[in-house]
Design a protein around this ligand. Sequence first.
Ligand code: NGO
Length: 526
Amino acid sequence: MKIRKQYFAITALLVFTMLCIHAPSSGEGHSDLTKAGIIPQPVSVTSTGEYFTIKPGTDIYVHGDSPEIRQIAQYLADKLNVSTGYGIKVLTTDKTPGSGNIYLTLTDSKSNPKLGEEGYELVITKKLLLLSANNLAGLFWGIQSVRQLLPAKIELTTKQSGPWKIATGTISDYPDYAYRGAMLDVSRHFFSVEDVEKLLDYLSCYKMNVLHLHLSDDQGWRIEIKSWPELALHGGSTQVGGSKGGYYTQEQYSAIVRYAKDHYITIVPEIDMPGHTNAALASYAELNCSGKATDLYTGTDVGFSTLCTSKEITYKFIDDVIGELALLTPGPYIHIGGDESHSTKREDYIPFINKVQDIVLAHGKKVLGWDDIAISSLRPNVVAQHWANVKNANLAVGQGAKILMSPAIKAYLDMQYDKSTKLGLHWAAYIEVDSAYIWDPASLIPRVGKKDVLGIEAALWTETITNMDEMEYMVFPRLLGYAEIGWSPSSGRSWAEYKNRLGKQGERFKAMGINYYESDHVPWVK
Ligand code: NGO
């Protein structure tokens, strides 16, 4: 009897220990791929219940020798080598590599058309981690999934001990919306090239493919324009609160664009007009109807400035600025602002916006503008960015335009989480992490459906945000929700399920050194 009791106790202990090993708390080393908890949630995941392990001797093989595919493979190797310390190499092959390796290959888009431009497939067996896609962007997004399949310590910047296990199975994944972005206002407070690059790193982790830079406003002009040098020199010299501002030289701006491109992100530059233009009006007297330059502005009011819409020189100025910007912009869009032009008469605003659209088109770019521009005659392929006015969104759709969804009540990253948040504003709403996630761009506005929506953009205005730490606090963890809304199918989406996946990301944020808001709505895994 005693022996049986002891036997029972030992068996129970063994089972318990095995359960502990097999059910790690944070997804680390989980053998069930469907429980990996990737954000954004992949379209389909099936598990085969075993592990692929990255170990000394693992290399990354690429099919074909294009520099771009090697660059993507090297990006993965560089990430893995820091924390594994394995010295993983990038090698070229034309046949499936041997056991224990990673293999990146481009496939014929006809063989898997549903993956589209940005989708990817991961087939993970005990022997091989195979990542394939129709295009380079798909491979790059697939790598972001691989990062999240590994333990959080993969993100640390010092050598860690393994094991580096990835559950086996298949992931087939592609985005719901073509445009998945964020906006950074570098005008109210200036952010350096390094800061912007850090933000680009973060966006790419969650498969976001656009960064919109709000380059001019009342408080600062942040891009060098060679034909109008005072814009940056004088108009960029200060910022909110009166401290020193800054601007990007064209070389620096091009470096940002290149860095973004290497992360499969498009930069959308914005020059806001005819309102939000005090920095320009302070730099050049001739842009004012009065012929007198204004003072630089370091407060946070809106709606008091306007370009002089009746002067010829105004359109020469715009043509010069858009011309230089278009040459710096490989992406399709130039954003013309158009919001809150409260000091421009409606009868002046409409022809102004019409003319500016034509200037952008003449420089070979497409027009993006805040939804206010919908009262003008929208040219073909214009995109209206919805932020506050539902009527404008409907007006835009009525003219055949697509909508980019940035509703301030849901997607403004400068909105406070709740009453206790020290940074940010709350004129539109308090946006807790759950509220940021629980909405659908295809049904938020009556009569604006999925076919009308180009995508989603989360906007960070920076009246109160002065540095990277503060930026991270407002961005994380809400950004992941926006990324998921943009990428994953909306069917079956639920906060109750998402919050657990988000909770597991906390240790990744920590490993990446991100200053995030530890919302008590989220079950953080410590
Ligand atoms: C508004 C305004 C911006 C402010 C922001 C603050 C738009 C499109 N124009 O959004 O100038 O910075 O709110 O939340």
